[in-house]
Each structure stands twice: as structure tokens, then as C-alpha cells.
Design a protein around this ligand. Structure first.
Ligand code: 4AD
Ligand code: MG
Length: 435
């Protein structure tokens, strides 16, 4: 028995009797006939026509089962197939005040996100998210990386204290994990190259179009790799994702943003690599300014690359770009110092083109016990919170590195969306934790 709309829309089904379950997506009642757009549980739609006598009280979002004959009519949306229904029964007749209509403000759509998920935009976003997760996982398995599950309730900050969420932990306090990196580092000694996908939490106090308080973090860590290896791994993983999505998600891309497909066609490795020094030269050449203590000044060596400077660096390019060797000062304690240029560290960020900016951050880790201890103290963190982590440098330390990719950042770039909230099913930000 055919169950889904996607299976039904083929020539050889014309004239066949089918049964479908779904929801009333659109409803147009005439005296004799009622036209509905039926949406099934995978978000596909088909027009169904039946005699208005069959179900007088039907409303938008009522859940129904219909039986009818598949026919073709070029006026029908999405493929020209429709169903002439003979029977219709309902699971639930929805109340008449369904709050999601065609022209609703962004805020209302967010307030009713649990219902907004049924819009075709969110359905298509959900499908592309699924592809990103699926193709990343497939890539890691193919390349023989091991998937692990690090803890999310932790005692040690990874990315600095200012974005930590504190939680009561029995009689103590703990934090929600900002990154699984430290735990992944501990696992390379026993499982080799490892990766995880977890929520990460950041108490981001700014309202920006690319920050969430909870995001989906894909992280990887491997022993005995250098900067070239690290870049190569990320390039392969990300290009594989792009290739798979442009092969398998054309319908969703077409629906969400026609330009995305064209944009993705142009992505081609190897991606350019520039040093932080060069990035600063470029930005100074463009007279890039930054704000500090309410004053505006020219960007200088030592400044972090913020949203504006990353936008400036990437707005006219079509391929992602790696930026390497950042000043040690602006990167976390775990970044390994460069031998030949001690002011800089072996950190690498991947910036998406067309102004989207950072989608991945990572680097080679400091593997020397004394140096990392000093860096922990300099960063105003407490070595006692890192005892277990320091053991990794005491017992069989090895050169190693890894990276973290923000799934929502990648999606935002691929889909060409302005606001990161649009690619999350239930966004969490400074001003929103419901629904
Ligand atoms: O650059 P970040 O902070 O690096 C780390 O957490 C490393 N410990 C990862 C590692 O090496 N294992 O975060 C990594 C990525 C960023 O490049 C960005 O894509 C994403 O995570 N990210 C966020 N995405 C959405 N909202 C936020 N608040 C994010 N913060 C980071
Ligand atoms: Mg970063």
C-alpha cells in the first residue's frame, strides 16, 4: 500500500486507488467541491479534491485520512498530480484559530515555533540539516574515525569563562559544555582519531545573527597530525558535504534559495590559506575599523577578527578560506605556540565566503606540560580545574590537533540565510528559551 505523497507522484499511479494520511495544509471550500492541499508526515504536498458534502467541518491543520484516485492535472501544484477523493475521515478536527498564517511577523513565528515547524520552509530546513548530519557521519565512518559521546556537564571551561552557563550540580556547581574538545583530547590516547556531535552551550550576551546559546557542535581530534593534515581533513569533510548536498538536496535547495545551488557548484578545493598577518594587511588595506570602548579605530595586529572584519575578508570570494597562525593572546590556552614566531599560535579558522565568516575553529594543541600550565594561569583559569587534563600532558603526551564546526553556521552559509535562528528547529538565544 502506498503511504506517502512522494511515492504517489508517478505516471504509473494515475488511475490507482490510494490511501493517504496527513494534515490539511491549505483549504478552499466551494459550494460543490472542496480543494485541500494535503501535507504528509514528510512535509510533501498534493492537492485533494472531494465533494463538499463529505466533510463540512474540515479546518486547517486537521489530521485526516483520505482514499481516492490519483489523476493528473497540470494546474495542480508540485508535479501536476492530484487525488479525487472518495472517502475522508478525521483523526482530529483542528480548532479554528490556528495561529500560523501566510503573513506573520518573525517574532510570532518564533513564539509558535512548535507549529511553525510545519511550514514548508522549516520542513526543508529540517531535511537539509538531516543531510548535513548524515553525510558528516558517513564521511567519518568511511575514513575510520571513531564516534564518541563526551559529557556535557563539566567543571572546566574550554572557551573562556565569559560564556559559561552555570548549573546547580547537587551541592556543587557545574557548567554546560562549551566544547567537547578537552574530552576528545583524552580519547585520542585510546581510540585514535575520534569525533562527536553534541550540543554546545554559550552564554552569548550579544544579540547577533550568528550566535546561539545552544548550537550543534561537530568536533574531531586526532593524534600525530600537523597543521597541513588538519586543514586537509576539514577541506575533505566539508567538500564532501557540499558535493552530497548538491547531488541529493536539489529540491530543498530550490525551495529555500535558488541561488544556493549555483553558489555550491562553484565551491572547489583546495581552499585558499592565508596567515592572520596577511588577513590584517588586507583589512588595513581596506581601511577596516573596529569599535573599542565606544571609540572607532583602524584594525591592528593583535585584534581578534570579529563579524565585521570576517565579512570584509570574505564578502567578495566564492570559496571558503582558512586563516592560520593567530596571535596567541587572542586564542584559548590550549593553542600550541609557533616555534619560529612565538607571538603566534597554531590556530586555524575556516571562514565561509560571501561575508558569512567563521564556520570552524581549531588548531594544533599545546602538548608541553609546563607551557600549557603557564597558559592556563595567564588565562586566569585555575590549574586545579584542569588536573585531569594536565595528566594528558604528563603521561605520554603526543602532538595532536582538532577542530569544531558549528552545524548551524554551515547551514546558514549554505542556505544563504541572514539569521542563524532560521536554521535551528528550536533556537535558544539571550532572549528566547521557549518553546
Ligand atoms: O571557535 P570555537 O569557539 O572553537 C571551539 O569551541 C574549539 N574548542 C573547537 C575544537 O577545536 N574542538 O567554536 C567552534 C565553532 C565555531 O567556528 C562556530 O562555527 C561554532 O562552533 N560556534 C557557534 N555557533 C553558533 N552559536 C555560537 N554561539 C557559536 N560559538 C561557536
Ligand atoms: Mg572560534
Amino acid at each position: 500500500m502506498l503511504k506517502r505523497i512522494a511515492d504517489i507522484k508517478t505516471e504509473n499511479n494515475v488511475g490507482k486507488k490510494v490511501i493517504l494520511k496527513g494534515w490539511v495544509h491549505r483549504l478552499r471550500k466551494q459550494k460543490e467541491k472542496t480543494f485541500i492541499i494535503l501535507r504528509d508526515d514528510r512535509g510533501d504536498i498534493i492537492q485533494v479534491i472531494f465533494s463538499s458534502k463529505l466533510c463540512q467541518n474540515l479546518t486547517i491543520e486537521s489530521s485526516i485520512e483520505i482514499m481516492g484516485i490519483v489523476s493528473k492535472d497540470s494546474r495542480s501544484p508540485e508535479g501536476g498530480f492530484e487525488i479525487k477523493a472518495e472517502k475522508i475521515s478525521s483523526f482530529n478536527i483542528a480548532e479554528t484559530d490556528y495561529p500560523i498564517g501566510e503573513y506573520q511577523s518573525e517574532e510570532i513565528l518564533l513564539d509558535y515555533r512548535h507549529l511553525t515547524l510545519r511550514t514548508r520552509k522549516m520542513i526543508n530546513v529540517g531535511k537539509i540539516r538531516n543531510s548535513i548530519l548524515r553525510y558528516s557521519r558517513e564521511w567519518f565512518y568511511k575514513e575510520n574515525w571513531i564516534e564518541v559521546n563526551p559529557p556535557l556537564l563539566v567543571k572546566s571551561a574550554v572557551e573562556g569563562g565569559s560564556t559559561l552557563f552555570e548549573v546547580k550540580y547537587f551541592d556543587d556547581i557545574a557548567y554546560l559544555s562549551q566544547s567537547s574538545q578537552l574530552y576528545l583530547e583524552s580519547m585520542i590516547y585510546c581510540l585514535g582519531p575520534v569525533w562527536s556531535i553534541t550540543p554546545s552551550f554559550r552564554a552569548e550576551k550579544s544579540r547577533t545573527i550568528r550566535h546561539l546559546a545552544e548550537f550543534t557542535h561537530l568536533e574531531a581530534e586526532a593524534p600525530w597530525i600537523n597543521m597541513d593534515d588538519l586543514i586537509d581533513i576539514q577541506e575533505k569533510l566539508i567538500f564532501n558535504l557540499i558535493e552530497k548536498i548538491r547531488e541529493n538536496n536539489t529540491m530543498e535547495l530550490d525551495f529555500l534559495n535558488k541561488r544556493s545551488k549555483i553558489k555550491l557548484e562553484k565551491i572547489l578545493p583546495p581552499f585558499e590559506k592565508i596567515t592572520y598577518d596577511k588577513a590584517i594587511d588586507i583589512l588595513r588595506g581596506k581601511d577596516c575599523k573596529i569599535k573599542e570602548d565606544g571609540k572607532v579605530r583602524s584594525i591592528e595586529w593583535g585584534d581578534d577578527l570579529n563579524i565585521e572584519s570576517e565579512r570584509e575578508l570574505t564578502k567578495d570570494i566564492e570559496n571558503p578560506i582558512f586563516v592560520i597562525n593567530y596571535p596567541l593572546e587572542i586564542k584559548p590556552f590550549y593553542v600550541k605556540q609557533n616555534y619560529d614566531d612565538p607571538k603566534t599560535g597554531m590556530a586555524v579558522d575556516l571562514l565561509a565566503p560571501e561575508g558569512y565568516g567563521e564556520i570552524s575553529g581549531g588548531g594544533i594543541r599545546e602538548d608541553n606540560l609546563e607551557k600549557i600550565k603557564t597558559r592556563i594561569i595567564e588565562s586566569k583559569l585555575k590549574p586545579k580545574d584542569y588536573q585531569w587534563y594536565l595528566d594528558l600532558r604528563k603521561y605520554g603526551s603526543v602532538p595532536h590537533g582538532g577542530f569544531g564546526i558549528g552545524i548551524e553556521r554551515i547551514l546558514r552559509w549554505i542556505l544563504g540565510f541572514e539569521d542563524i535562528k532560521d536554521v535551528v528547529l528550536f533556537p535558544r538565544t539571550m532572549s528566547r528559551i521557549t518553546p
